[in-house]
Design a protein around this ligand. Structure first.
Ligand code: SR1
Ligand code: MG
Length: 405
């Protein structure tokens, strides 16, 4: 009998005992330290270190309630999904995700590589650091992981088994509500914006019937379009970086959904980082122009490199007979790019009006400047959603962004 035979929410002291009982990472007499380092909305992330050797490991532990909005129950199976997905992704795109060492379905806890030399991308971007290799690396990660999990590449029965295995109703329900419902209406009564935007958001977002209709279509597409095994929450807080490398983590929202959902998240949060720099640095600060150049270039490169790598990978992996029909790859990619534009738009709006805000925006202290920049993003978001079918290439993106930013 072990006290870890039945689930309970572990704290640092429990984790120290747990790691020694379950794993052989450290000598049994090591004087380990443990620190909870999670800053997300859902889970507890513990770093366990042996100060004698410097060796460390991460344990990620799920509670039955979210951290951010206590009272909301979320299925702890998300921890299994995360551990399995990271192992699957490591096989598809080696080096782009942290290594998983083990998963415990009783305590809903997985052990993984400590990427202590990496920084969370959002943190680095908030410090105005730029990453010239990011667009290239994140598009390799996305194309190599997404396309091989589709019906284009997989045996259709095996793919359906994966759809079943990674059905993720609780986490998807958070997205359906926060990203789709809350972006276009204050249904839960918890949305809020800076005072200067209240009237604008009410008129231009909540009362815009055309926007509401597109959001409804997109929500149903998100729920019904089991296209690829997506990360499901690929914002800059789910990505680790160094000057030379990129790794994506935290795929607990993963499920079979539209590929463009991941690409759109990457772009939306790059735009948030741009607006953060514009809203917090003086106009003549050289970091502002450098950051702006990097961020815009990253958006355009993500679009172009994704397209290019997608077409190359498609050629290699397409196995379905009709998927190899001339013109089908282009048709399929256009759908992904339209979803990308729409997701960027929905993500921009929901992070501005909804409860799950991003620091990129909330750290802009000058409220008038913040409102001005948020308004620009809302205008861009609407264009991306309403004109998604014709927002397919970097040139299309340029004509939307350069008119506003
Ligand atoms: C209650 S979770 C709020 C948000 O944080 C996650 O990272 C997802 O983006 C979710 O929408
Ligand atoms: Mg997360």
């Amino acid at each position: 009998m072990s006290r870890f035979d039945q689930y309970f929410l572990m704290e640092e002291k429990d984790i120290l005992e747990y790691v020694q009982e379950k794993y052989d990472f450290f000598p049994k007499d090591a004087q380990l330290t443990c620190k909870e380092i999670g800053d997300g909305n859902l889970n507890y992330v513990f770093r366990i270190t042996d100060p004698a050797t410097g060796k460390s490991v991460i344990l990620k532990h799920s509670g039955v309630e979210t951290r951010a909005r206590s009272g909301r129950k979320v299925d702890v199976d998300r921890n299994r999904i995360e551990a399995e997905i990271l192992q699957r992704q490591d096989a598809l795109a080696p080096g782009f995700v942290p290594k998983i060492y083990g998963y415990d379905p009783v305590m809903c806890c997985c052990a993984m590589e400590d990427l202590k030399d990496y920084t969370i991308l959002r943190t680095a971007l908030l410090n105005y650091q730029t990453f010239p290799k990011f667009a290239d690396q994140i598009t390799s990660y996305m194309v190599n992981i997404l396309l091989p999990t589709t019906d284009v590449a997989m045996d259709h029965k095996e793919k359906k088994a994966l759809v079943k295995s990674y059905i993720n109703p609780d986490l998807c329900s958070i997205t359906e509500q926060l990203v789709y419902d809350d972006a276009v209406g204050n249904f839960a009564g918890k949305n809020y914006v800076v005072d200067a935007l209240t009237e604008y958001v009410d008129r231009e977002i909540y009362q815009d019937k055309a926007l509401r209709l597109e959001a409804a279509k997109l929500k149903f597409d998100f729920m019904e379009h089991a296209q690829a095994l997506i990360h499901g929450d690929l914002h800059s807080g789910s990505i680790f970086v160094t000057d030379t490398d990129t790794k994506a983590f935290d795929p607990e929202f993963a499920f079979y959904g539209p590929m463009g959902y991941d690409v759109g998240n990457v772009i939306a949060h790059t735009l948030f980082s741009l607006v953060h720099a514009e809203g917090t640095l003086e106009q003549d600060d050289p970091r502002r122009s450098a950051f702006r150049a990097w961020a815009l270039d990253t958006v355009y490169q993500v679009v172009e490199l994704f397209r290019k790598k997608f077409i190359e990978k498609y050629e290699q992996v397409a196995a379905d007979k009709l998927a190899r029909t001339e013109g089908f790859c282009e048709y399929y990619l256009n759908g992904v790019m339209a979803d990308t534009a729409a997701t960027t738009g929905m993500e921009l709006i929901r992070r501005i009006v909804g409860v799950a805000k991003v620091k990129d925006i909330t750290l802009i202290e000058d409220e008038a400047r913040r409102a001005e920049l948020e308004k620009k993003l809302l205008i861009i978001a609407k264009q991306l959603i309403l004109n998604r079918a014709s927002t397919l290439t970097a040139a299309d993106w340029k004509s939307i962004l350069e008119g506003q930013l």
